[in-house]
Design a protein around this ligand. Structure first.
Ligand SMILES: Cc1cc2nc3c(=O)[nH]c(=O)nc-3n(C[C@H](O)[C@H](O)[C@H](O)COP(=O)(O)OP(=O)(O)OC[C@H]3O[C@@H](n4cnc5c(N)ncnc54)[C@H](O)[C@@H]3O)c2cc1C
Length: 468
């Protein structure tokens, strides 16, 4: 059916000819799906340049009951920006940093700003915006808010949800909700902003946000510790946290296979140790004090850890370049896995105390189910979030391996749920995990979510087909 030309004219009137794309090849960047798992299509991409334009576009779509999909940097990993016709509302022109208030430790921004630009703007005022993840050069803060992104600083600073004081949102009717306050205390009823954070664009389009800032780190110490066995990692984590307190900002698991795959496939990834070890912890301490004794602190932890047999070797980053090299090993794991062949990914969380038990048992069960499969667990073990990714057996075809994806995922998620964990720790549900959410979430939870969706978006036009 031909797309409503009156709606095209109305949206063009609102955002101007430069704010509208109807040509399919020009739409390509907005139809990008990061994992290449599904195709997206739209009749029109609207690129509003301010909140009033977003509201007017949404109102025009609401009047004609036309489906809309908000699009940020399209780096989401669960198909949250997939569309099948209708209007994509791209936020790339909502890119102003409105204010950095260093005294209030806040930053007010439009939600199309690229995450890395916000980090830089904060640093320019000697502050830190601590959200940090591999896609920070291209993801946008509206996408981070809408997926409640996690990343490497959750241990110290929390998820995106913990970094927000206020929001402005265009509701599916086109009405604007102004909750853009910069208050640390506000107990005036339901905390509505929390509804929109992590809603993956299903309840409205977030147009502005007030974000929390922190003192900029002046000293950073990064260490890669080699461990004799996986179980040692929680002992090392506990010892580091006890001594270093909240100076511990990142604590990441890197498994041996992850180093092997990185060295094999990614230029610039090197194994910094002479010998191979079963697994590694990438540990980072930061302090807002210049010349803080972070090195002495971590050396104290490691000396005791050597004595106790929970660490066998360690490499200290002696410069920023060396720090980047160590982080490169961690950040390039997904790319290295992709180059090795097919992989099945699980972004799960369990209580931190259960992480080792989970990895051990899940690895055992999936190896029983498919001998030769190569589990590649890595990630934010310090906050309980493991990327439990599975690389195909070396001698199997990718097609045969992927044919087993559903059965293997069932094994992994059943164990996660048994251990009171989550089947989506930081990537959201989007389009790809809907079936899994329906399978594992309680009827009460699904009913509550449907009631909220129905109340805000009765015609189901705001990012339909996602979450519930
Ligand atoms: C290399 C790489 C590393 C990554 N590392 C991490 C990581 O460590 N931790 C982590 O949590 N994620 C990670 N991700 C996933 C991804 O980067 C995050 O989910 C990110 O927050 C998505 O931002 P985006 O702007 O690309 O959003 P998009 O992909 O454009 O959108 C994501 C969802 O948000 C909705 N949305 C976007 N903007 C708005 C808005 N303004 N209002 C309402 N809804 C909106 C979309 O409709 C969609 O449902 C990684 C991805 C890659 C490619």
């Amino acid at each position: 059916m031909a797309f409503d030309q009156k709606l095209v004219a109305a949206i063009t009137e609102i955002v101007g000819v430069n704010g509208v794309i109807t040509n399919v090849s020009d739409m390509a960047p907005y139809l990008h799906e990061e994992r290449g798992l599904a195709e997206s299509s739209a009749d029109l991409v609207a690129r509003p340049a301010n909140t009033a334009e977003v509201a007017a576009v949404v109102r025009a779509c609401a009047e004609t009951k036309t489906p809309m999909v908000p699009v940020g940097g399209s780096t989401g990993l669960t198909g949250g920006t997939l569309a099948s016709g209708g209007v994509l509302v791209a936020t790339d022109r909502l890119n102003k940093i409105i204010e950095v208030d260093a005294l209030n430790s806040t930053m007010t921004v439009e939600t199309g700003c690229i995450l890395a630009d916000l980090q830089t703007a904060a640093a320019d005022q000697d502050c830190l915006f601590p959200l940090s993840l591999g896609a920070e050069g291209s993801c946008r803060i509206g996408g981070n808010l809408s997926t409640n992104a996690g990343g490497i600083g959750v241990l110290r600073y929390g998820n995106t949800r913990d970094l927000v004081l206020g929001l402005e949102v265009v509701l599916p009717s086109g009405e604007i909700w102004d909750g853009l306050n910069a208050l640390r205390k506000d107990n005036t009823g339901y905390d509505l902003k929390q509804l929109f954070i992590g809603a993956e664009g299903t309840l409205g389009i977030i147009t502005k946000a007030v974000l929390k800032l922190f003192p900029a780190p002046k000293t950073t110490m990064t260490v890669l510790a080699a461990l004799p066995e996986l179980t040692a990692i929680l002992n090392l984590f506990e010892a580091t946290r006890q001594l270093c307190g909240d100076r511990l900002t990142a604590f990441e698991l890197i498994s041996r296979i992850a180093i092997d795959l990185g060295v094999a496939h990614i230029p610039g990834v090197i194994d910094p140790f002479e010998n191979a070890h079963p697994c590694y912890a990438l540990v980072e301490l930061t302090s807002p004090r210049a010349n803080d004794e972070l090195r002495t602190e971590i050396e104290t932890v490691l000396e005791k850890a050597f004595e106790d047999g929970i660490v066998t070797d360690a490499v200290f980053a002696e410069s920023d370049a060396q720090r980047q090299e160590l982080w490169k090993i961690r950040e390039e794991i997904p790319a290295a896995q992709t180059r090795e062949g097919a992989s099945i990914k699980h972004d799960i969380s369990v209580p931190v105390s259960q992480t080792v038990a989970f990895i051990t048992e899940a690895s055992k069960q999936i190896t029983q189910a498919l001998p030769g499969i190569r589990p590649c667990p890595f990630g934010h073990i310090g906050d309980g979030n493991i990327h439990f990714n599975l690389t195909q057996p070396a001698e199997m075809t990718s097609e045969d391996f992927m044919a087993q994806a559903e059965a293997l995922t069932r094994i992994v998620y059943d164990l996660v749920v048994e251990m009171k964990g989550s089947i989506s720790a930081e990537h959201g549900i989007g389009a790809f995990k809907r079936k899994e959410l329906a399978h594992y979430a309680s009827a009460t939870k699904i009913d509550l979510m449907r009631s909220i969706k129905q109340a805000l978006d009765p015609d189901n036009i705001m990012n339909p087909g996602k979450i519930v």
